[in-house]
Write a protein of this length. Sequence first.
Length: 259
Amino acid sequence: MISFFITLLLLFAVNFLATAQTVKPPIVTDRPDQTESSSLVPKGGLQVETGFVYEEDQQENIHLTNVTYNTTLIKYGVNENFELRFISEYVGEKSRASEKITSNVKGIAPFALGLKIRLADEKGIWPKAALIGHVYSKSGSEEFTTNYTASDFRFTFSNTLSDKINLSYNLGAEWNGNSPEVSFLYTLSLAYSVSDKMGFFIESYSFFPEESKADHRFDLGITWLFSPVVQWDLSGGIGLSKNAPDSFVSTGLSFRLFK
C-alpha cells in the first residue's frame, strides 16, 4: 500500500509537468486488459503501470478471495526495438468455509524480469507485432515461492480498424512454477476511442492448461488520460467456465517519465 501512495504522489507531479507541453507519442499501456500491447516505450522513456485487483470465486462450500494489493510493471525503452521489463506484486489469498476462515496469507510474489522485442510494423492487413517474455525469480515471500522457475511468453498483434477502433490479440504460453505443466493462452481485445481522453474496451481471453480444464473469461473497462503521459483505468469481468473466478475488478494508474 505504501508503494501505491508513492505512485499517487508521482502521478500528480508528472501530471503537473506534462500539462505544460504536448507530449508525443501519448502513453500506451499493457493494462488494464489482459491483452499486451504491441507498442514499445519510446527510447529513454521509463513507464510505470500500477494497479489493484480483487477476485472472488465460490467452489462448493469454499469461498475464495484473491487480492493483488499492488501490481507494478516498470518498462524502460532501450531503443526502438527493445524494451526492458520488471514486475513486482504484493498479493493476498483468503479462503473460508461456512463463514470460518480456513486460510489467509499475504506476501510478495516472485519478481519477474523480461523483454519486449519489436517484430513488425503494421502494413495494410498485416498487424503490428512484438514478442514479450518474462522469467520469474524464486524470490518473494515464503508462502508464494514456487517449486520451479516460472516463465511466460506471448506474441502480441494489433490492427488499426479505423481512427477510433483498434483490434489487439495475443497468443502465448506460461509456466506458473508450481508444476512443470504449461498453460497455453489467447486474448482478443477490441478498443474504442470515445474521445482524446477516454477509451473503452471489451475483451475475451482463455487459458488452456495441459492437464486441467480450460479457464475462459470476459472483461470490459475504461481508460482516462489525465495528460498525454498519465492514465487511469477501471475494469471488471466474469468467469465463463467453472475453472475461472466468478468475478473480478481492477483499477490502476500508469505514467511515463523522461519521454
